[in-house]
Design a protein around this ligand. Structure first.
Ligand code: GDD
Ligand code: MN
Length: 368
């Protein structure tokens, strides 16, 4: 293959990828074909996929300088990968599209023309005349997607037929401007952008048919749905109540259930001594919380290997201090007759959750 003379790219296509090794080359071939008349580049942002996705990108880049790869380690997430990709380029226009061939790349020139012609953002849309979502989703996924679309539409300042699309194109300077306000959570980077951008964006929707995935599998799972809720929560509480905190508190509630179940099992069924059982139940609950937080609350900063054990030890210490503070504060409030015992207990528990959360975020998972 001979490359065209290398001009500075006018359009940068950002492709977030996770386990898409088999799709990389077919996508590049399609981009070469579709973008013949436009100086372009593509940046694949891979979260350290185990299937050789980055290697596939590097192999193409070895002979085609328009192709680049970013390999991120220790992090996961479609939205944050897209943001980093968009901020890594200097082309005046950037597009984001999936790396699994489900998005129809042949509409990219039309999308570019729309933004060059004055639109703030062009969206590849399944829900305008001429578009279709049918092929790409199972019935269950389609239902879910519909529900999410309605919810998003109710919240958006600008009407958009397909706010759940992951396929869009905009001017880079707009991205640069709003990047600090993006949450970067979960799957819905477009929604994040629409909710963060100043009001009154001009949106152009370009129809396309969502294709069936041929290789590999979808990465959407329950945790991704949770993050969708988190994105909305973040945006509508102005980030005052971060989703991470809500997840942390929910995991804490599960911990209480685990604690009681363990206690009932030990004292109730085996007749073990209460004191020892309470200790064991505490450790079981803390360990369960640690595992759940590592998989859900802090999934984007998941600890593995030796760091996992170090994190667990630290988590025990943090929660232990939190528990001591809980008892201390509650007794103080009660002793000084400030509040009744129920309220004192609740206040102690609340302060403990906030403490555990703050310290876990800064020291154990280090997301801050
Ligand atoms: N870097 C990175 N990190 N990429 C990811 C991650 C991740 O954690 N998770 C998924 N991806 C990549 C996939 O490899 C794929 O290229 C793209 O993001 C979309 O992921 P899929 O798993 O194929 O998602 P989907 O088909 O269920 O939904 C997608 O298409 C919809 C229709 O446009 C998403 O992009 C939705 O946002 C979109 O609405
Ligand atoms: Mn897909």
């Amino acid at each position: 293959m001979t490359n065209p003379p290398l001009l500075p790219a006018r359009l940068a296509v950002i492709v977030p990828v996770y386990r898409e090794a088999a799709n990389v080359l077919p996508l590049v071939e399609r981009l070469r074909e579709t973008l013949k008349d436009i100086p372009w580049e593509a940046v694949f942002v891979d979260d350290d996929s185990p299937d050789g996705t980055t290697e596939a990108v590097r192999a193409i880049a070895a002979t085609d300088p328009r192709i680049r790869g970013i390999r991120r380690v220790g992090r996961r997430g479609l939205a944050s990968a897209s943001i980093e990709g968009m901020l890594s380029v200097s082309a005046p226009y950037v597009a984001v599209m999936d790396g699994d061939l489900q998005h129809d790349e042949t509409i990219l020139p039309t999308m570019l023309a729309a933004v060059e012609g004055g639109a703030d953002i062009a969206i590849g849309s399944r829900h305008v005349e001429g578009g279709a979502a049918a092929g790409g989703f199972s019935a269950a996924r389609a239902g879910l997607s519909d529900a999410g679309t309605r919810l998003a539409q109710a919240l958006l300042p600008t009407p958009v037929a397909d706010p759940m699309s992951g396929f869009f194109l905009l001017r880079r300077d707009l991205v640069e401007r709003i990047a600090p306000g993006l949450t970067g959570r979960g799957f819905k980077i477009l929604l994040d952008i629409l909710l963060t951008a100043p009001r009154g964006l001009t949106v152009a929707e370009v129809p396309y048919s969502f294709r069936q995935r041929e290789h590999g599998d979808s990465k959407l799972d329950a945790k991704v749905l949770l993050e969708f809720g988190g994105l909305l929560l973040d945006k509508f509480t102005g980030g005052i109540v971060p989703l991470r905190f809500v997840a942390f508190a929910a995991v804490g509630l599960i911990g209480v259930v685990v604690h009681m179940a363990t206690l009932i099992l030990l004292v109730g069924l085996t007749g073990a001594a209460f004191g020892a059982s309470q200790w064991i139940a505490t450790f079981v609950a803390m360990s369960a919380n640690f595992v759940l937080n590592n998989r859900i609350t802090y999934r984007d900063a998941k600890l593995r290997g030796p760091r996992l054990w170090r994190g667990l030890a630290l988590f025990y210490v943090v929660c232990g201090l939190g528990a001591a503070a809980n008892v201390g504060i509650a007794s103080l409030l009660l002793r000084d007759g400030i509040v009744a015992w129920g309220l004192a207990g609740a206040a102690g528990a609340l302060i403990t959750v906030v403490w555990n959360y703050a310290v876990s975020s800064t020291l154990v998972w280090r997301t801050r």
